[in-house]
Design a protein. Structure first.
Length: 714
């Protein structure tokens, strides 16, 4: 039965170890998947090929361990990496749909929210804003189901952006205020500042320059209160753009130049490149073309470092435009060729309309009307497809001019009519914009009044709260003062009690150490030696006895004594006992080499009562030679003191000498009291125990083990 139990025990331990190993291994594997996903996000812009590779690896690792959530997250991360370098032939949408299927099975609403959010961006990159809006609204629905306020305010912010692109400024305004309210509710103040900046952009689009500037400065104030220099750089850029629109070019450059070092410091090449483009626009207006080129080349270098093709194409376009203004058509053509190549490769159709338009203007300046006509038609078609009124207007104006020059008056007249219609439409849009502008002004004033009222209410609440806090603080201080006074009184009482208890223990300990029988018998032994004319023996015995009495009296008043002193005391005591009893017992004291006997100190006189018991009640009744072994060793931050004898054992002692029980109990009780006092004082697990030794089933001695605290005296 015992063997079977042991077998089951071993089997159970093996299974438990196997389970633990499996769990540990699974944790390592899932951690590896998460690590790969983090790297995908990190490398998506700077090193997209590596990001794609890591994304596929994360999917493989998650599939290998059947980690369903990891598979879905890895697919979503891979889709995001493709999305960050979007072109019409990439796999962003494909992997988002795969991730969506996995999240559907897992009923993971947050995962579905992220997928729909990514699909919304993919649709917006294609210029399909209506489809983009549907995805963002679906994402919002998923996030709302699980009350993910961060996901919700992100959706409201992107929906605001879509409405702004569609010139639905009132809706854009409403969405953005919802985003601000949610972000404020969860105290994401850096995000609130970012949304204020976006709100300023809506006002800017409506030419509400004062309101836009006020909002930008509000965003700046929040970022400054957070010491968020990255956010401050965004506000500097927005404020700079406002000054540019108002024709204050000096102020515009001042704020752009404040932004640049911050954006570079925080390794934000996107913001830095946008700012260099803005500065170039200012310099072009001022006809400082060389300085504009310096800014644009810096922007190009930053966009190349991000490996973001649409931004690189835009930099080439701005360089070409500046060269065209400088009438350096060959250089303009070189930059524009690079721009169009990238834009066509990555299907940036919205911007291609403007790129083709500039190409046509360069060709027209060279009198290459037929070639220019081809690009004008492309520009016109893309502008119509993307519904860009300003580009349609410019294209129809130039088409009318080219067809007129070639004598094709029918086509020229057709495009002239369309140009006029576009101009009328733009004027109508301006009138609508003016109405919207008035509505926005009303909403702004309404929000300002609401905000002012809320601020007044919050101020009143804060004042009342402050008063309550002051009263509570005063009450708390009074309670704390009383508590401290009571604690001091209790601690002093405990200390006094402990001091008296210590004195009492010292007195009892001294009584045990200064055993009257031991003193009387020792003096008798000295007297007998003198009577028998054993002068040397009497002298040695008297010297050891005097030293022993002196050290016992001295050490009984000290909490710690050097190991060297304690060993000397024990040696004197044992030597006296050998002479006193004329017994043949031997003793051996062993000290660990790790113990410096001079500098290391321990509580005194712990061993002596137990050594006395070992000699008188363990060894004396024994016919064979007795042995006492005493060991000092370091163990687990304590000193281990072991006293071991080969006497008759405690059971035999109690049978033969009833007086042993009383004496032994007193020593044990006093030792336990001292051990408890040590534990309270030094906060360490000091202890002692008495072990009955047996050999072949018979008593073979006693072993007393102490684990004592120690100090280093120097």
């Amino acid at each position: 039965m015992t063997i079977l139990s042991k077998l089951f025990g071993v089997l159970f331990a093996f299974i438990l170890a196997l389970i633990n190993l499996t769990v540990y291994s699974a944790e390592i594997d899932t951690a590896l998947v998460h690590h790969h996903i983090r790297l995908v996000h990190e490398y998506r812009r700077s090193n997209p090929d590596t990001a794609y590779l890591l994304g596929h690896k994360a999917i493989q690792e998650a599939t290998k361990i059947d980690y369903e959530k990891g598979i879905a997250d890895a697919k979503a991360a891979l889709a995001y990496a493709y999305l960050s370098n979007y072109n019409k032939n990439d796999s962003a949408v494909f992997y988002y749909h795969l991730a969506a299927e996995d999240y559907e099975k897992l009923l993971d609403k947050q995962g579905l929210g992220r997928v729909e959010f990514g699909l919304g961006y993919a649709a917006s990159f294609k210029g399909n804003l209506d489809e983009s809006k549907k995805h963002f609204l679906t994402s919002l629905s998923h996030y709302s189901e699980v009350n993910d306020k961060q996901g919700m305010h992100n959706c409201y912010n992107t929906l605001s952006y879509i409405e702004r692109q569609q010139k639905e400024y009132t809706k854009a305004f409403e969405y953005l205020y919802k985003a601000i309210e949610l972000a404020t509710e969860i105290e994401q103040m850096a995000v609130v500042a970012d949304y204020y900046n976006n709100l300023g952009n809506i006002y800017k689009d409506q030419a509400l320059h004062k309101q836009a500037t006020d909002i930008y400065f509000e965003a700046l104030a929040i970022w400054e209160s957070l010491s968020d220099t990255a956010g401050m750089s965004i506000a500097f850029g927005s404020i700079g753009n406002m000054y540019y629109l108002q024709g204050n070019y000096g102020k515009a450059l001042e704020y752009f130049q404040k932004k640049i070092p911050l954006a570079l410091h925080f390794n934000n090449p996107w913001e830095a490149s946008k700012t260099y483009h803005s500065m170039a626009k200012v310099y072009n207006v001022q006809q400082k073309y060389d300085t504009a080129l310096i800014c644009l080349k810096k922007a190009l270098a930053l966009n190349r470092s991000m490996n973001y093709a649409p931004a690189i194409a835009d930099s080439y376009y701005n360089l070409a435009q500046t060269m065209f203004l400088m009438q350096k058509n060959e250089s303009a053509q070189e930059y524009l060729d690079s721009c169009i190549y990238l834009a066509e490769r990555y299907a940036v159709s919205k911007d291609l309309a403007n790129y083709y338009l500039l190409q046509a203007e360069i060709l027209l300046s060279k009198q290459a009307n037929n070639s220019a006509l081809s690009y004008l038609k492309k520009s016109y078609a893309l502008a119509k497809e993307a519904q860009i009124p300003s580009s349609i207007s410019d294209a129809t104006r130039l088409l009318h001019s080219v067809y007129s020059a070639s004598g094709n008056y029918e086509q020229a007249y057709s495009y002239l009519n369309e140009f006029k219609q576009m101009e009328d439409s733009l004027k109508t849009d301006e009138n609508i914009t003016e109405v919207t502008k008035l509505e926005m002004q009303y909403l702004f004033d309404k929000k300002e009044q609401q905000l002012k009222h809320e601020q007044e209410q919050q101020l009143l609440i804060r004042e009342n709260k402050l008063k309550r806090q002051q009263v509570l603080l005063l009450a708390l201080l009074i309670v704390m003062a009383l508590t401290v006074a009571l604690a001091i009184f209790i601690i002093r009482a405990i200390n006094i009690k402990n001091k008296y208890r210590t004195l009492e223990l010292e007195q009892k300990l001294l009584q045990v150490q200064m055993n009257p029988h031991f003193i009387f018998n020792s003096l008798c032994a000295i007297q007998n030696a003198m009577i028998e004319n054993k002068t040397n023996e009497a002298d040695l015995l008297l010297t050891k006895f005097a030293r022993l009495i002196r050290t016992i009296l001295e050490n009984s008043r000290l909490p710690y004594v050097a190991v060297e002193s304690e060993v000397e005391t024990l040696q004197n005591y044992l030597d006296i006992q050998k002479i006193r009893f004329k017994t043949n017992f031997k003793y051996h004291i062993e000290i660990d080499e790790a113990i410096n006997t001079e500098s290391l100190a321990i509580p005194p006189m712990m061993a002596q009562p137990f050594i006395e018991n070992a000699i008188e009640h363990g060894l004396l009744p024994k016919k064979e030679q007795g042995n006492i072994n005493i060991q000092f060793a370091k163990k687990n931050g304590l000193i281990e003191l072991i006293i071991e004898d080969n006497g008759v054992g405690r059971a035999s002692m109690q049978e033969n000498k009833p007086s042993y029980q009383e004496k032994h109990s007193l020593a044990t009780v006093l030792t336990k009291e001292r051990i408890r006092a040590m534990q309270k004082t030094v906060n360490k697990d000091a202890y002692f125990e008495i072990i009955d030794l047996r050999q072949n089933g018979h008593p073979s001695g006693t072993k007393v083990v102490f684990c004592l605290p120690y100090i280093n005296t120097y």
